[in-house]
Design a protein around this ligand. Structure first.
Ligand code: TSX
Ligand code: MN
Length: 583
């Protein structure tokens, strides 16, 4: 399948280490995939779902202790500890390789190793990169088939070039020996003792964010935890934005937003829901591609009402992980319907009724759905150069501080807005509810190098002479609450009203009010026609309370303090300027 000597040499080395009984090259053909699906069904690894209602769909249940990414066991192994920075776990590469080799040693005895070549990005795009994942899990192969361009196509793309070397072994799924390890200086990812999505689909968070962010730092581009969407207005003018949100802010929902018909003939198209690779184009703008080919979305909360398009995307050729199985061979999760089913099999494989007092689907249960299934997928989804960005949007879940939307004063201030991103925790995550978690650019668990250097890279990108027309930078908050604790903004499709203000600002079409934190809309410039929202609420939604913002400063300072003198001067200047404006 390939004569690339680097691939063949590495494969021999990994075979000698893991000692599989068989090695199977994945070519991406339907015949081979079908055989793998059949094998997984025969062993119980997959459950075939109702072929009439959910054609080509399967259910997989992971081990009970293997249901999420494991940040405390995720490492960035650079030669120097400082290059990984204070927000990453670190171990010296030689020490880590030695420790992991003991775990991998003979771990594939009696098993089959699958060689999975894949492309992150559209085939034959100059922005795309090739990886090869060695895995002993059919579930991983079938998920990679949805999430990437996989098989011979990737080897053809690779030629005799370089690739990211990914090794995954399920081992005993022992949580004490579970490691997700990036070696950015070696283009290498090693993952063991897990069989859950983000830990084992190594093209996604490990490659397309952690390794790629380091590549972008070295090569002058950016790998970001961002959705990409296209918005066409009634005049037919099309613009693209990228947006970063921490978890539980509805990023996939925004990526697939349905414009309310009452606002006129708008169209939203999805380019990506999770990751953007961004470069400076020949026209002096930033251009973004989605390196992925599918959506690995959180199932609970996804419904016809919250995200019709995502739900549609899951109706064929989709793999569900840790959702509930209904008696008719379809799936269910909390929030899919108002009324739960009278009976189902829960994510642990046990009988479940609404009286069980437990969740039928795991809160982090997932669908792996092909992007081509999405009714609103962009016609630019496969565009080799990607799409030009008019705006970059940062967001968070804040009850009181952040107004509905504000624009940064300039690029460096926009980087500061991203660097100070924070979100209040929800019941969906482990731990206390309503606690402020700092999550710069939503990259806290995904930055493959020192986050202070990452901030500097953001600043530097904005000042490159080739970037003659940078996007404007904004911050949104759909989650502001009144004193009774009610959400003040209807959110969902009505967020289009905010996107319209953002794009009008990019076009210089609307004025704004200057506040200490940035430019906020003048009330009359935000279209609230047809909304049940009174003047007082609107004022409150757009208000910037100096006292609340002054109270934010200690948390920001404390967060930045961990970077010591590696914190960019450009960021410190922004902090000082904000403090002065809040006096
Ligand atoms: O995804 C959300 N978005 C973005 C949509 C494009 N959610 C769900 C978040 C959990 C992942 C939201 N929840 C949004 C939002 O804009 N806003 C809210 C808060 C909210 C919830 C319910 C209502 C209003 C606001 N109203 C009623 O239920 C009637
Ligand atoms: Mn994500």
């Amino acid at each position: 399948m390939t004569s690339n000597q680097k691939v063949l040499t590495w494969l021999e080395e990994m075979k000698a280490l893991t000692q599989p009984d068989n090695v199977v090259w994945i070519d991406g053909s339907e015949a081979q995939l079908d055989a793998l699906r059949a094998e997984a069904v025969s062993t119980g690894e997959l459950i075939k779902l109702n072929e009439e209602k959910l054609p080509g769909c399967y259910l997989h249940r992971t081990a009970e202790n293997d249901v999420a990414r494991v940040e405390d066991r995720t490492f960035i192994c650079t030669t120097k500890k400082e290059d990984a920075g204070p927000t990453n776990n670190w171990m010296a590469p030689a020490e880590m390789y030695a420790m992991l080799k003991e775990i991998y040693n003979g771990s594939m005895k009696g098993r089959t190793m699958y060689v999975v070549p894949y492309i992150m990005g559209p085939a034959s795009s100059p922005f795309s990169k090739v990886g090869i994942e060695l895995t002993d899990s059919i579930y991983v192969v079938l998920n990679m088939n949805i999430m990437t361009r996989m098989g011979q196509i990737a080897l053809d793309e690779l030629g005799d070039g370089d690739f990211v070397k990914c090794l995954h072994a399920k081992c005993d799924v022992d949580p004490e020996k579970r490691y997700i390890v990036q070696f950015p200086e070696d283009n290498t990812i090693w993952s063991c003792n897990s069989a859950y999505g983000g830990n084992v689909l190594l093209g996604k968070k490990c490659f397309a964010l952690r390794i790629a962010s380091y590549m972008g730092y070295k090569e002058g581009w950016m790998a970001e935890h961002m959705l990409i969407l296209g918005l066409t207005n009634p005049k037919g003018e099309k613009k693209y934005v990228a947006a970063a949100f921490p978890s539980a802010c509805g990023k996939t929902n925004l990526a697939m937003l349905i414009p309310p018909a009452s606002l006129g003939d708008y169209k939203v198209e999805t380019v990506g829901d999770d990751i953007a690779w961004i470069r400076i184009g020949e026209d002096g703008r930033l251009w973004a591609i989605n390196p992925e080919a599918g959506f690995f979305g959180v199932a609970p909360g996804t419904s016809e009402k919250t995200n019709f398009n995502a739900l549609e995307a899951t109706k064929k050729n989709t793999i569900f992980t840790n959702v509930a199985l209904q008696d008719d061979g379809t799936v269910w999760w909390e929030g899919l319907t108002k009324e739960p089913p009278a009976h189902c099999i829960d994510w642990l494989g046990k009988e479940w009724t609404p009286e069980s007092g437990t969740k039928a689907a795991h809160p982090n249960s997932r669908f792996t759905a092909p992007a081509v299934n999405c009714p609103c997928i962009s016609d630019q989804f496969e565009a080799p150069k990607g799409v030009p960005l008019s705006a970059i949007i940062f967001g968070g879940r804040r009850a009181k501080s952040a107004p509905l939307v504000y624009q940064s004063f300039d690029w460096n201030h926009g980087v500061f807005v991203g660097a100070t991103m924070a979100s209040e925790t929800t019941a969906a995550a482990a731990g206390a509810v309503g606690v402020v978690r700092r999550d710069p650019m939503a990259m806290r668990p995904f930055c493959g190098y020192n986050m202070a250097d990452y901030f500097q890279h953001w600043i530097d990108m904005g000042h490159k002479s080739e970037l003659t027309n940078p996007p404007k930078i904004f911050h949104v908050n759909w989650f502001r609450r009144d004193d009774e604790g009610n959400f003040m903004w209807p959110g969902f499709g009505d967020n289009l009203r905010v996107l319209n203000w953002i794009l009008d600002r990019c076009d210089g079409k609307v004025d704004a009010a200057e506040t200490p934190i940035g430019y906020v809309p003048k009330k009359e410039d935000l279209n609230v026609e047809g909304l049940d929202i009174d003047d007082k609420t609107l004022t409150e939604l757009l208000a910037v309370d100096k006292d609340v913002w002054r109270a934010e400063l200690p948390g920001i300072k404390e967060y930045f303090a961990q970077f010591g003198d590696r914190l960019p001067k450009g960021i410190q200047e922004q902090l000082d300027a904000l403090e002065a404006r809040l006096k």
